[in-house]
Design a protein around this ligand. Structure first.
Ligand SMILES: C[C@@H](O)C(=O)SC[C@H](NC(=O)CC[C@H](N)C(=O)O)C(=O)NCC(=O)O
Ligand code: NI
Length: 135
C-alpha cells in the first residue's frame, strides 16, 4: 500500500491551481470533470502519481465557500530553505501565517503559509526535515 493523495475541497479551482503551481512549484498533473455529479478534480504534485503522493483539489460546481471547522491541521512540504521559500512566497502576495524559524522547543526549521481557501501549508527545511522536534 502507499499514500496516493490528499483531497481538499476548494472554492476557486483556477486560483488554487495557480497557487500550488506558481507559488509552491507543483506541476498540474491532470484534471477531470464529472458532469453527472457536477465537480471537477485537479491533481497536482512534485512528480508523477506512480511514484509520488499528490494533492487532489475538488471543485464542486457553484460551491464558493466551505466551513473548515477546527479539525484540519496542515499539509507539509519540504523546501531547500524556509527562509528563501518565504521570501518568494511573500513577494507573490500569499499569506505567511507563521514566520520561518525553528519549531518551538526544537531545531526543525518551519514556516506556515495559507492557500487561497485558508488551508495551512507547513514548509520544512530539507536538512532539518525528519529530525523530529528535538533535532
Ligand atoms: C478520483 C478519486 O481520487 C476521487 O476522489 S473521486 C471520488 C468522488 N469524489 C467526489 O464525488 C467529489 C465531489 C463531492 N461532492 C465531494 O465534495 O466530495 C467520490 O467521493 N465519490 C463518492 C462515491 O461514492 O463514488
Ligand atoms: Ni480522491
Amino acid at each position: 500500500m502507499r499514500l496516493l493523495h490528499t483531497m481538499l475541497r476548494v472554492a476557486n479551482l483556477e486560483k488554487s491551481i495557480a497557487f500550488y503551481t506558481d507559488v509552491l512549484g507543483m506541476k498540474l498533473l491532470r484534471t477531470s470533470e464529472n458532469k453527472e455529479y457536477q465537480y471537477t478534480l485537479a491533481f497536482l504534485g512534485y512528480g508523477n502519481e506512480s511514484e509520488n503522493t499528490v494533492l487532489e483539489l475538488t471543485y464542486n460546481w457553484g460551491t464558493d465557500s466551505y466551513d473548515h471547522g477546527t479539525a484540519f491541521g496542515h499539509l507539509a512540504i519540504e523546501v531547500e530553505s524556509v527562509y528563501s521559500a518565504c521570501d518568494k512566497i511573500a513577494t507573490s502576495g500569499a499569506k505567511i501565517v507563521r514566520q520561518p524559524g525553528p519549531v518551538k522547543g526544537g531545531s526543525t526549521e518551519i514556516a506556515f503559509v495559507e492557500d487561497p481557501d485558508g488551508y495551512k501549508i507547513e514548509l520544512i527545511t530539507a536538512k532539518s526535515a525528519g529530525k523530529g522536534l528535538e533535532g
